[in-house]
Design a protein around this ligand. Structure first.
Ligand SMILES: Nc1ncnc2c1ncn2[C@@H]1O[C@H](COP(=O)(O)OP(=O)(O)OP(=O)(O)O)[C@@H](O)[C@H]1O
Ligand SMILES: [Mg+2]
Length: 491
């Protein structure tokens, strides 16, 4: 039986037909720049062939779900697990139901994995279920990219494998690949090369034109005509279409797509100042970045026992009478001065804490510090703040108290860096570079600075963002303060 579907009109009002049986055996590639009418063409083809052949559409934009109402396609939303999707694909073959796999809203990586799973499911059907089926993939360059992109290697490998199977080995299993792409040069060559039918729409880029000419076995000069095609006009060539290249105007469709052309609309009247507010002010229903508390690490039994025995010791120890407030202030001042002197020594910022503490104890003895040197823990805290180079006098006191209050809740090793960032934020200064952060952390390694920031981000203390120029902005979540953009690599 020969079934020819009507895809549109050729020159001189002649109808352009497409031989469905031939199409099943020889596959189709559609190419044209955005807006050239590829999705419309696919829709025309699907609508015209719906009564004759089962169809599956891999639909990255949710464009084709409207086929469901008029033509009875079942929309498969990629919501379950991969296993579910694979089972559904198996049943699609078994029951010969036409479907739209709607991948709208998934990120590129997940779209690729879902498409691969579904295509593999169709492909792996038992031999007695190998009924003919059109498998339409819109935006095929997403699923069979010519080059590695930003997606994971696993997603790319799987998706490319499934597309290659569809186009190279699908025919035997009844699967006829129909793929559409905006950019031929972005589509994997082996996938494109398996189609014997072509519908070429408006194409601007030389590199795409050259690929098209190669595929069609045309002179490059002849392919130049693709540049001047109108929307909805395609050059058709191939065993299911025409032996010679002919120009076809694709006919109308019954169902509506989502995409389309946009009519110009007058802009709403708005004074300039208000427009600024609309964009830069957070509205009531938008959420401010919030601190997500990471679960506290679980203490080991031995930690708990040590803590308990420590508590007992403390209970037994004699509590020293409180020194007068005056003495306290003086003592703190002396400690700060000693720490300052230690950090003035070259390379002091990078010495191990134990040797710095020894040095500190000696200096306290020399200074005859009332009450003796503070313990290692207290020293660590003071040192981490001092390393960050934050002096109280630099900034507004009440704001600064808030920052110190929050910093005091943080793990001790993060405090100095937190205050360093707080100081920058308060002064509306650029976010410190990795070297400065590393130094405040007691290391020379910029990698450690990056690690520390992402660690602090995981714990919810701050949020790092990159502006369009690649500069880093840090928001301190609890304080709601933000640094100005700063170069990570700044010395
Ligand atoms: N043959 C045609 N007759 C009437 N309208 C058409 C025709 N072809 C395309 N259009 C209209 O042009 C617009 C763009 O077409 P379409 O969405 O098919 O482009 P596309 O090539 O798929 O673009 P993209 O690559 O961005 O998805 C749509 O509004 C569509 O309805
Ligand atoms: Mg489209």
């Amino acid at each position: 039986m020969t079934v020819s579907i009507d895809i549109g009109e050729m020159a001189g009002n002649a109808r352009a037909g497409m031989d469905l049986e031939e199409l099943l055996a020889t596959r189709l590639l559609v190419q044209g720049n955005s807006g050239s009418g590829k999705s419309h063409l696919l829709r025309r083809l699907l609508e015209q062939s719906a009564p004759w052949v089962q169809q599956a559409i891999i639909d990255p934009e949710g464009d084709f779900v409207s086929l469901a109402e008029k033509y009875g396609h079942v929309v498969v939303d990629a919501v379950g697990t991969e296993k579910d999707l694979q089972m559904i694909a198996g049943r699609v073959r078994q029951h010969r139901v036409s479907v739209v796999l709607n991948l709208e809203g998934l990120d590129a990586d997940r779209q690729m994995k879902a498409a691969a799973t579904f295509l593999d499911g169709l492909f792996d059907a038992d031999r007695d279920l190998w009924y003919p089926m059109l498998v339409v993939v819109d935006e095929a360059q997403l699923f069979a990219p010519a080059a590695a992109g930003e997606v994971s290697e696993e997603a790319r490998r799987r998706s490319l494998g499934a597309m290659t199977n569809l186009m190279c080995r699908g025919r035997k299993r009844g699967l006829a690949g129909i793929i559409a792409t905006q950019r031929l040069a972005k589509l994997a060559k082996n996938v494109a090369a398996e189609a014997s039918n072509f519908l070429m729409g408006r194409t601007f880029l030389d590199i795409d034109m050259a690929r098209a000419a190669d595929l069609l076995g045309m002179e490059r000069r002849t392919a130049e005509t693709f540049r001047n095609l109108d929307r909805g006009h395609f050059v058709a060539l191939g065993p299911a279409l025409s032996r010679r290249p002919v120009s076809v105007k694709i006919g109308p469709v019954e169902t509506a797509g989502r995409g389309g052309t946009h009519k110009l609309m007058p802009l709403p009247d708005q004074p300039k100042e208000e427009a600024k507010d609309l964009i830069f002010t957070r509205s009531a229903d938008e959420e401010a970045p919030r601190r997500v508390r990471a679960p506290e690490p679980v203490a080991s039994t031995s930690d708990v026992l040590t803590q308990l025995s420590g508590a007992e010791d403390a209970a037994g120890a004699e509590i020293e009478p409180a020194a007068s407030l005056l003495d306290y202030g003086e003592r703190e001042g002396t400690i700060d001065k000693i720490i300052g002197e230690i950090l003035d020594e070259p390379d002091a910022a990078f010495q191990p804490i134990a040797s710095l503490y020894q040095d500190f104890q000696v200096r306290c003895r020399i200074a005859k510090l009332a009450g003796g040197a503070p313990d290692l823990q207290a020293f660590r805290e003071k040192l981490s703040v001092a390393r960050a180079g934050v002096e109280k006098g630099d900034v507004d006191d009440s704001d600064w108290q808030q920052a110190e209050l929050i910093a005091a809740e943080l793990p001790e090793d993060m405090r100095g860096v937190y205050l360093l960032l707080a100081k920058a934020a308060l002064a509306k200064a650029p976010c410190p570079g990795n070297i400065e952060i590393a130094t405040a952390y007691g290391t020379r390694s910029p990698g450690r600075a990056r690690w520390l920031l992402s660690h602090m981000e995981e714990r919810g203390f701050l949020v790092c963002a990159t502006d369009l120029r690649g500069n880093r902005i840090v928001t301190l979540t609890d304080l709601g303060w933000q640094t100005a953009p700063g170069d990570e690599a700044a010395a």
